[in-house]
Design a protein around this ligand. Structure first.
Ligand code: 4AD
Ligand code: MG
Length: 436
């Protein structure tokens, strides 16, 4: 029989273990020594811990091991958990034993000094270990979990849509790859069209997956690979669609405020600003938005999509996200439903986050009229064969339906208050970055 395994203890478990002797493993973030008493600050991904080593109270091997510790060495340490209100987590460790697992070479790239962002991105595999990056990733994870909880509680079915596709979705660039004898396959820009088919099967669905855009955009809010959450609901119109979006986004923000205060504090995020994100969010017609923008000095004209600067001008008067509704047809994708009150426009909305973070959601009621949809496909010069199954959804029991796509990294960036979305995904993919 193999010996019983002791459970692995993590730093986050220690507040409940004051007075006991534990063994933990982790990495060195900092060491200092007076010659008789030494301190090692360690991290294990769940927290940081100060370990105190008194030379006369440990073996010669343990003291030697301490002296050999370098930044980011991995090691195992045993000691008594002691309450100490001055420490993060309220505890420190009185060390009785210490052994190195893996030494770290002295030229560890990330040192406690200012590094340029390109250098940090080249060393993303290490940069991820820093407290700020850990906080962002924990908030991202909280948001992902909240997304699943929100939809599960409301009876939505999660549908995983294909990444290799023959058909297309949005207008921006496509990544192509050879696909046996079938010609090109394209990496999905959206799961929406499949989501629409699924909505007719299951009523209320959402997708949660990576999406790809070969856009040559080098802005702070564009990635070539990003994660999108796309709900699609049978019998929702554009108004119900916006109701769902505002409930969803305010749920995500309040969830982070409630459950991730330590991470928000690490990031220096103003929590009071986030607490103001309550429904309803203002719904502004595109035509009114253009008038407002022109009054504020923008050069935008009716018919154009809104750029980042225009979006920032529009949100400056609000503390919650806002909707801009019913854009001109030519500014938006072919699948959006024509607005019966103004056929120059479509029943759609962009949700713009406050504080200048810009569009986090694009949504619309879908064109459910077969002939109008076919006409739009022709107008856009899209290959009809690729969309035949999509058109079929309008031929066999067409239905009013609406949905939207939330960009995960843009949402994380806004909630974390990080200026650039490249910090909001573990390994960002951008026009000039495919490594690490
Ligand atoms: O507005 P978009 O292009 O909408 C769609 O893809 C629809 N099919 C969604 C739907 O109705 N089901 O993209 C939706 C969101 C944007 O609002 C933005 O948050 C994010 O996806 N997004 C990007 N995020 C990072 N990098 C990019 N290049 C992005 N392009 C869009
Ligand atoms: Mg959009």
């Amino acid at each position: 029989m193999s010996p019983a395994r002791t459970p692995v203890i993590r730093i986050a478990d220690l507040p409940g273990l004051v007075g006991s002797t534990v063994t933990l493993s982790g990495w060195v973030t900092h060491t200092r020594s007076s010659g008789k008493v030494a301190f090692v600050v360690m991290r294990d991904g769940t927290g940081t811990l100060q370990c105190v080593i008194v030379k006369t109270q440990v073996s010669a091997e343990a003291w030697e091991a301490f002296q050999a510790l370098t930044l980011e060495s991995s090691f195992t340490v045993t000691g008594e958990v002691k309450a100490d209100a001055r420490q993060v987590g309220g505890v420190e460790l009185g060390v009785t034993g210490l052994a190195i697992i893996g030494p770290s070479a002295l030229d560890y790239p990330i040192q406690p000094k200012e590094h340029g962002v390109d250098f940090l991105l080249d060393n993303r595999h290490f940069w991820l270990r820093s407290p700020r990056q850990v906080a962002i990733m924990r908030i991202r994870n909280e948001i992902e979990q909240a997304i699943h909880d929100f939809f599960y509680e409301r009876g939505f079915l999660r549908v995983d849509t294909p990444i290799l596709t023959a058909a297309i979705g949005e207008r921006s660039g496509l990544f192509a790859t050879e696909y046996f004898d079938e010609g090109n396959a394209y990496l999905a820009q959206t799961g929406q069209l499949y989501g629409e088919a699924a909505a007719a099967a299951f009523g209320k669905i959402y997708t949660f997956g990576p999406t790809f855009r070969a856009e040559k955009s080098k802005t702070r809010r564009h990635l070539t690979e990003f994660w999108m959450i796309e709900p699609e609901v049978a019998f929702n119109d554009t108004h119900a669609n916006m109701d769902l979006q505002e409930d969803f986004v305010s749920f995500l923000v309040q969830r982070v405020v409630e459950r991730r205060p330590a991470e928000l504090k690490e990031l220096g995020r103003d929590v009071e600003t986030l607490k103001k994100v309550k429904t309803p969010f203002p719904r502004i017609d595109y035509t009114d938005a253009v008038a407002t923008l022109q009054r504020k000095g923008s050069a935008v004209t009716w018919g154009e999509d809104l750029g980042a600067e225009d979006e920032a001008l529009l949100v400056e008067d609000y503390e919650t996200p806002i909707f801009i509704c019913n854009y001109p047809k030519e500014a938006k994708a072919f699948y959006m439903k024509e607005n019966p009150d103004d056929p120059r426009t479509v029943l759609c909305d962009d949700m713009l986050a406050p504080e200048g973070y810009g569009e986090i959601i694009g949504g619309s009621q879908r064109e459910d009229d077969h002939d109008k949809l076919l006409h739009r496909i022709h107008e856009e010069g899209l290959p009809v064969e690729a969309y035949s199954w999509y058109l079929d959804l309008r031929k066999y029991g067409t239905f009013v339906h609406a949905g939207f796509g939330l960009g995960l990294e843009r949402t994380v960036a806004w909630i974390c208050g990080t200026p650039h979305i490249r910090e909001c995904i573990a390994f960002p993919r951008m026009m000039h970055r495919l490594r690490p």
